[in-house]
Design a protein around this ligand. Structure first.
Ligand code: 2BA
Length: 109
């Protein structure tokens, strides 16, 4: 068994969870946020049999898309009389950031 941890965009979380549940795959959702943009995202956790990993990755790929988001850069220190125009910087986010780790033991007690 593997533990799959996927960071997905908030807007993609429901459809991804529905797709997994429709195929009998259990999933737990955590509210999270990205350290860089500080935007809310969702972390999904799912224990999966090894032979279903590719199927699950396919479902995540189908349901999570890449988006452009904007961040406002920190203003530099300016001298009196100087001015700073904070142009937002475009950043590509997603589809999903996925970690797959081995599970030594899985119990439901
Ligand atoms: P954030 O940390 O808010 O990052 C949002 C997007 O900003 C990233 O998209 C990436 O395109 C960019 N980015 C992140 N850190 C950067 C940096 N130091 N310099 C320049 N650009 C940077 P994604 O790579 O698709 O990541 C989306 C979210 O997935 C991240 O949100 C974070 O919550 C999570 N994530 C990504 N890589 C991770 C990792 N190695 N470990 C843990 N979480 C990760």
């Amino acid at each position: 068994m593997k533990l799959l941890i996927a960071v997905v965009h908030s807007e993609d979380a429901s459809s991804t969870m529905d797709a997994l549940n429709d195929r009998g795959i259990s999933v737990t959702k955590f509210a999270s946020s990205g350290g860089f943009l500080q935007h809310k995202n969702v972390t999904l956790m799912s224990g999966i049999d090894d032979d279903r990993i590719e199927e699950v990755l396919g479902l995540i790929k189908e349901n999570c898309r890449t988006r452009s988001e904007f961040m406002n850069p920190m203003p530099p220190l300016v001298e009196p009389g100087d001015f700073f125009v904070p142009y937002p910087v475009e950043v590509q986010v997603g589809g999903a950031t996925v970690f797959i780790v081995n599970v030594d033991r899985f119990e439901k007690l």
